[in-house]
Design a protein around this ligand. Structure first.
Ligand code: UT7
Length: 325
């Protein structure tokens, strides 16, 4: 029986110009390139320039995705933007992007699921497309995590970077099998008991300040490996597929050791894993769309490839999606 599938029509990304190598942190902190590289896989990250906002990064990624799809802003019905670092408390960063790219109709809103934000946004876009609420949806992940880092905390500030990635999904008739292009399944989870493991110590209704990132790294690490492997398996099961069917895992790019252990747990060789963490660091909600766009641009991911996307972040919040590119 025919079903509606949300099929990728375009993709794009943007990284701020300023590149910060690990060694730069060693000038002000008791850390080293060696520690950061061996414990995380990170070698460098991009930081937004002074005055450069999350929406500025998102707009560049959005324009690149429209160009790749051969579409105009007016072809979009909706923008869903995942971020934990919005320009303003309100209105949404998505509406700023909507205006900046010249999209006059439709609707735009933000989703906040921190590092898992892109998966949550993708699942929402897929639901809207499958229910007929929208036909063409741009899904963006964009962050300026450099704005919420404690530069004296070596356990967190070396881990994150800024960037944005976007994809455009459009409704297409599929056969209802795993051979279809588009989003084939999603799996979303959160468990608020673990709020204290990874959070920002400020907020509108609590301190009235923005706050900075706090994390119990080792605890998050342990949850990450088990929860990512489990939700990856669940998403594959929902799609009627197995790990052996995958061409690529495109994981959240937080730590190379988490990426390797998760792949190992799922029985997938690293030859089938997209890794960009060395160049971007952890860009939170931007990490997966950035990795997708970079890998597709260099011809690593090709049309028809079967992908598993998976991410975990503060909440804890985690999820996965199976997508045929
Ligand atoms: O995106 C959301 C999801 N987030 C994540 O997935 C992050 C998950 N966690 C991690 O990636 C890792 O736990 C970290 C990279 C954050 C830390 O790596 P670790 O191997 O778990 O290190 P650790 O926390 O056990 O720390 C080991 C040592 C400690 O020193 P002592 O107590 O053994 O003397 C830390 O103080 O490394 C020290 N350390 C550092 N040393 C040099 C922590 N940060 C640094 C640093 N440079 N930047």
């Amino acid at each position: 029986m025919g079903v509606i599938r949300a099929v990728v029509k375009g993709y794009g990304h943007y990284l701020p110009e300023r590149v910060v190598e690990n060694a730069e942190f060693a000038e002000t902190l008791d850390t080293s390139d060696e520690w950061i590289r061996t414990r995380t896989g990170i070698e460098r990250r991009h930081f937004a320039a002074e005055g450069q906002k999350t929406s500025d990064l998102a707009v560049e990624a959005a324009k690149a995705a429209l160009a790749k799809a051969g579409m105009k802003a007016s072809d979009l019905d909706a923008i869903i933007l995942a971020t934990a670092t919005p320009d303003q408390t309100f209105p949404s960063t998505a509406t700023r992007v909507q205006h900046a790219i010249g999209m006059k109709g439709g609707f735009a809103f933000d989703i906040q699921a921190v590092c898992a934000g892109f998966i949550f946004a993708l699942a929402n876009a897929n639901g809207m497309i499958q229910s007929g609420q929208a036909k063409t949806v741009m899904v963006i992940g964009a962050e300026t995590f450099s704005r919420i880092l404690d530069w004296e905390d070596r356990t967190t500030c070396v881990l994150f970077g800024d960037g944005a990635g976007a994809i455009i999904l459009q409704a297409e008739e599929g056969t209802g099998t795993g051979a279809d292009r588009g989003v084939l399944s999603t799996d979303l989870n959160s468990d608020g008991r673990f709020n204290d493991l990874l959070y920002v110590d400020g907020g509108v209704s609590s301190t009235g300040t923005t706050g900075v990132v706090r994390m119990q790294g080792q605890e998050v690490f342990k949850h990450a490996v088990s929860k990512l492997a489990a939700c990856g398996d669940t998403a594959l099961h929902k799609a009627g597929l197995t790990a052996g069917d995958l061409d690529w895992i495109v994981p959240h790019q937080a730590n190379l050791r988490i990426i390797k252990r998760t792949a190992q747990k799922m029985g997938i060789s690293m030859d089938h894993v997209v890794v960009t963490v060395q160049d971007h660091g952890n860009t939170s909600a931007a990490s997966i769309p950035l990795a997708l766009s970079v890998a597709a641009s260099r011809g690593q991911i090709k049309e028809g490839d079967l992908l598993l996307l998976e991410a975990i972040g503060g909440g804890l919040t985690w999820g996965a999606a199976v997508l045929r590119w």
